[in-house]
Every structure is written in structure tokens, then in C-alpha cells.
Write a protein that binds this ligand. Structure first.
Ligand code: C2E
Ligand code: MG
Ligand code: MG
Length: 554
């Protein structure tokens, strides 16, 4: 059963007090006070948890007016409705009480039914108002809530069919970091600052909302030309007002053309446009346009068909050989996934892998690829071919999978393979995200006997001083090193430095993306052992790889 609501009865006359108590008792918990001062004490004691106050005006110590004034001045209590009890013929008393903020009055002598109805009505009114308030406004920023914003936008669009409008939404880049590093209070302050900026920049005429977390939205009259400067200025102002530095906000703009599109969807589109420029330095806003729309539709088609494609065997592994420079001997292969789509043809992983990394499907696809690679290794073993390791890509999401070690162990057990036959390529950027967890997981797999290759080395973030802590056997040099043009002495020296460092740490090096004899020569000159690239061979289906292998000495 729901707890009864509390009512505070403030009355100096004991008889009146007990009368009121008897009337209210069946429906409410009654707390009593003899005068204003005592009533204030009860308010503090109950932390304002009263649904209503019944107040006599004429009392010793502190009278009703003084009490009413004190209550209305205190933000914690001001919203508690007060009903004043007056003498039957005291019209001036009633007027005075109402003008001091009383919600209503009841006259003495008490008529139980009238009191009960007035009390119930006032409580109901106040609770509904509080609900409406909560529904309409975001408590933190005072802007509209998402639901109320959408309703207001719909109305504004409907009432002004000839006016053009834009929906502008924003996201803070790395807002979680702000909360993590500076604390929730600072994060909240930042959000309030942004709310204020929205308000200022729409001159009070836009409809503004704080959706949730770091997402804001507003609708303003259509503007034909937004510029980077406009948004950059707002961003600078947000930093200045919130006394922060380097907070970056990205905006997305949806020009409302079709008014039948649900407002929520308009906002989603604006947010998608904002998200699309997340990594782009100095880009503060983007429009939701046809290019983005078709890209998203295409992504949606990919997502819609991925499950079926996996079950239907549409994914296939291609193998690309790795060669030892000194004798051009094939020393391994990398398994790279391809999607043979019945309508779209062979799809490159560049099209779908980033998408699957975002929606998590990559972990299932990777397991499928690992399984296929192990099956190929088993087949070679069965046919008595000389051992040749295959590298598989292990995506960031796989490393966070607590089952990873068991899955890999299960595979080599099932296919009866030595673990060293399977090399695991882990992208460099994964190593920087949560180093200790990555180090632990990868160390464990290395102890199990798998060979660990750091993929895309040099493409991003790995700091050289962390390298010696990383459980790695081989560095795979990112192709930008080899392919960077023009070739300057500095480039060549950086490569030589990395090579020396790798040798010092007893790491193997594979250079990726070797396309020309000249690039190969440069690598040989600095002492790189192995290469992978179109100069030798492109990734190819397993049968083609096997034919190639048969013609080589591997
Ligand atoms: P990666 O692991 O760094 O693979 C090397 C990529 O470079 C491959 O692209 C390969 O075809 C390409 N490549 C090799 N030699 C050359 C060259 O000489 N010139 C040029 N321009 N490119 C060369 P691919 O197959 O399109 O794969 C792209 C990326 O997709 C891979 O980069 C990897 O990050 C990801 N990927 C591919 N297969 C899988 C997979 O099964 N699982 C996961 N998680 N990711 C995969
Ligand atoms: Mg790779
Ligand atoms: Mg690579």
C-alpha cells in the first residue's frame, strides 16, 4: 500500500487541532504544531516532506502571516501548498492570506467534507503541476526536455507552414572524459554553460532542449549560410564561460523540408551529421544531406544483411603472402576477409569492418575468419606441406571479450595445431586504449604460444617508451611509412631508427604496402627482414594462394 501523504496542521487551539486531526486521520498522516516557530521546526525535521499545510492565522509566538512569509522565502518549502483556516466572517483575513501566497482557505467552524475536498483538490493540483514541470523541463539546464521539445517543434512547424526551419543538434567530443577527469560537477557546469549558449544564440526565439548526457538540440528559423566561424566562436565562448580548455563541440544541421518526418528522426539525422565529423580537426558543423543519407542507408543495408551473409557463407578469407627479403622466401600469410555479396559483388573490408567494429558484429566475423584460417592450416598439415603460419586480425572488440583465450585455445585444439602456427595481428591503436587490460590479455595469449604482431605500427598513437612493456613479437610497419612521398632523408632515418629499435628489442619487422622495387630496396638497405605488398602479391583466394605457393619454394 502506498504511504499516506503528510499534512502539517498549525493551530494554537488544542480543540481545533484535534478536530482537524480526526477529520484528516483516515486519509493522511497528520503532524501538529502549536505556532509558527514550532511549525518551521517540523518542516526542517521532515525535510519539507509535506503535501500540504493547514495554517491558523492568529497564534502566539509566531503568527500565520509571519510563518507564511518564512515558508515562501525558503526554496525548499515554497512549493508546499498552504490552506489558511479563518473565522467565518473574516474576509479581510482571507484576502490577506491569499495575497501572501496561501493556496486557499477554509472557514471555521470546520465542515469535514469541505475540508477533505479542498485538501484533496489542492494536493492533486500541486502534484500535477510538479509532474508537468518535470516533463517539460530538464532539471539540470532548465531547457526543454526531449519529449516537450519535440511537441513544441511539431506545433511550431504546424502553425507556421510557410516558414523555413533548421534543427541544430550538438555533441561534445569526449564528454565522458570531462566527467572522468574533472568530475561530475564540472561536467554539469559545462552542460549548463552550453544551455546558456543555446539560449543566447537563439535570442530566446529558438526552441532549445537538453536531450540527455551531452546532447542538445534547437530549432531556429532557416539560415541559408552557416559558417565554421560561427560555430567556432560559440565553441570558444563555451570554453571561456565554463573556464575549460579544449572542449570541442560538434554541430549537425538538419534543414526541415519534409514536415512529415517525425521530429525525433530529424534530430537523429542532425546528430548523425555531427557525429560524422567527430575526428575532423577544425570542422565544427556538418549538414545532414543526400550524401550522408545514402551512406547511412547503405550502412543500414549492410547491417540488415550481415547475419544472413554469415550464415550463408558469403564471407571468405583471402590470403596475402609475406616474404623474407634476403631470399624472397614466402614465410607466412595474412588472412583478410572478403564479402562475396550476391548482388554487390566482392566487398572490401574497408566497407564493412569499421561498421562491424561499431556494432560489435566484428567479434563473430573474426571468429569465423579464425576458424577458416585454422581449417586451411589443418588442411596443409594433413597434406604434409611445409609449415607456414597464417596471421589473423584480432580487432579491438575481441580483446575485451573475456572468452578470447578460450576461443583461440579451442580452435587450435579442435584443428590439432601448434599455437605458433597462428599469428595474431592486433592494431597498434588498441594498445593505447586501456593498456593494462590489453597487456594482460595479450600476454596471456603469448604465454599460450601464439605469436603476436602489432599491426599498423606507426600509424597513430603508440608511444615508443611503452613499446618495451608491450607483449609483442613482430612489428608490422604501417604502409604510410613505405608509401610516403617524397622520400626524404628524414623519412628514411625514421625508418632506420624504428628498425634499430626493433632489433634492439629482438622484435621481427614486417613492412606492409610494398608496391615497387624501389621501396623494397629502401627496406633492404635499412635491414628490414620481411615484406607484404602488391609488389609481390595481392590478397587472393585460398586456392590461388596454394597454386602460388606450389610454384615458390615455401
Ligand atoms: P590490415 O590488417 O593492415 O591489412 C593490410 C591491408 O593492406 C589489406 O587491405 C591489404 O589488402 C592491404 N595491402 C596489402 N599490400 C598492399 C599494397 O601493397 N598496397 C596497398 N595499397 N594495400 C596493400 P584489406 O584486405 O582491404 O583490409 C583492410 C583492413 O581491414 C585490414 O588492414 C584490417 O585492419 C581489416 N581487416 C581485414 N580482414 C579482417 C578480419 O578478418 N578481421 C578484422 N578484424 N579486420 C580485418
Ligand atoms: Mg592486419
Ligand atoms: Mg596492417
Amino acid at each position: 500500500m502506498a504511504a499516506k501523504r503528510n499534512i502539517l496542521v498549525v493551530e494554537d487551539n488544542m480543540l481545533n487541532r484535534s478536530l482537524l486531526r480526526e477529520i484528516l486521520k483516515p486519509g493522511y498522516d497528520v503532524v501538529e504544531a502549536e505556532n509558527g516557530q514550532e511549525a518551521l521546526a517540523r518542516l526542517h525535521e521532515y525535510a519539507g516532506h509535506f503535501s500540504l499545510i493547514l495554517l491558523d492565522i492568529v497564534m502566539p509566538v509566531m503568527d500565520g502571516y509571519a510563518f507564511l512569509a518564512a515558508v515562501k522565502e525558503d526554496a525548499a518549502f515554497a512549493s508546499i501548498p498552504v490552506i489558511v483556516t479563518t473565522q467565518n466572517d473574516a474576509e479581510s483575513e482571507e484576502v490577506a492570506a491569499l495575497s501572501c501566497g496561501a493556496a486557499d482557505f477554509v472557514a471555521k467552524p470546520y465542515k469535514p467534507q469541505i475540508i477533505l475536498h479542498r485538501v484533496a483538490n489542492i494536493i492533486h493540483l500541486r502534484e500535477t503541476a510538479a509532474l508537468v514541470n518535470e516533463f517539460q523541463y530538464d532539471q539540470l539546464t532548465g531547457l526543454y526536455s526531449k519529449a516537450f521539445f519535440c511537441r513544441q517543434v511539431r506545433e511550431r512547424l504546424f502553425q507556421n507552414p510557410d516558414k523555413g526551419y533548421d534543427i541544430i543538434c550538438s555533441d561534445i567530443v569526449n564528454f565522458k572524459l570531462v566527467n572522468d577527469i574533472f568530475g561530475i560537477a564540472t561536467g554539469d557546469r559545462l552542460l549548463r554553460t552550453i544551455a546558456q549558449c543555446y539560449h543566447e544564440n537563439t535570442y530566446g526565439e529558438g526552441i532549445c532542449s537538453h536531450f540527455h548526457a551531452d546532447q542538445f538540440a534547437c530549432m531556429v528559423e532557416h539560415h541559408s549560410e552557416y559558417t565554421e566561424n560561427m560555430f567556432q566562436d560559440v565553441c570558444a565562448r563555451i570554453n571561456e564561460m565554463s573556464q575549460m580548455q579544449n572542449v570541442v563541440v560538434k554541430w549537425g544541421i538538419y534543414h526541415v523540408r519534409d514536415r512529415t518526418v517525425p521530429v525525433e528522426q530529424m534530430c537523429d539525422r542532425a546528430l548523425l551529421a555531427a557525429r560524422g565529423i567527430k575526428g575532423q580537426y577544425q570542422k565544427y558543423f556538418a549538414y545532414y544531406d543526400d550524401v550522408l543519407r545514402s551512406k547511412l542507408l547503405r550502412e543500414q543495408k549492410i547491417v540488415d544483411s550481415m547475419e544472413h551473409a554469415l550464415a550463408d557463407g558469403q564471407f571468405e578469407i583471402y590470403l596475402q603472402p609475406k616474404y623474407r627479403i634476403k631470399d624472397s622466401r614466402m614465410v607466412g600469410a595474412e588472412a583478410l576477409v572478403r564479402w562475396n555479396h550476391p548482388e554487390w559483388g566482392v566487398q572490401s573490408p574497408a566497407v564493412f569492418v569499421p561498421l562491424f567494429e561499431r556494432n560489435g558484429f566484428i567479434t563473430r566475423l573474426d571468429q569465423y575468419v579464425w576458424d577458416k584460417a585454422c581449417a586451411v592450416l589443418r588442411d596443409w598439415e594433413g597434406r604434409g606441406l611445409p609449415p607456414l603460419p597464417i596471421s589473423v586480425n584480432v580487432s579491438r572488440a575481441d580483446i575485451y571479450n573475456v572468452d578470447l583465450a578460450n576461443i583461440l585455445k579451442g580452435l587450435i585444439h579442435q584443428y590439432q595445431l601448434p599455437p605458433s602456427r597462428l599469428h595474431l595481428e592486433i592494431t597498434e591503436s588498441a594498445y593505447t586504449e586501456n593498456p593494462q587490460q590489453i597487456i594482460d590479455t595479450v600476454s596471456h595469449m603469448r604465454e599460450m604460444g601464439f605469436v603476436i604482431e602489432m599491426d599498423d605500427f606507426g600509424s597513430g598513437y603508440s608511444s615508443l617508451h611503452m613499446l618495451h612493456k608491450m607483449p609483442v613479437d613482430v612489428l608490422k610497419l604501417d604502409m604510410q611509412f613505405i608509401q610516403s612521398e617524397p622520400v626524404t632523408p628524414v623519412n628514411q632515418e625514421i625508418m632506420r631508427f624504428i628498425m634499430n629499435l626493433a632489433h634492439l628489442m629482438e622484435l621481427g619487422v614486417v613492412a606492409e604496402g610494398v608496391e615497387t622495387a624501389e621501396q623494397l630496396e629502401r627496406l633492404r638497405e635499412i635491414g628490414c627482414e620481411c615484406v607484404q605488398g602488391y609488389y609481390f602479391a595481392k590478397p587472393m583466394p585460398v586456392e590461388a594462394f596454394e597454386r602460388l605457393r606450389a610454384t615458390c619454394n615455401a
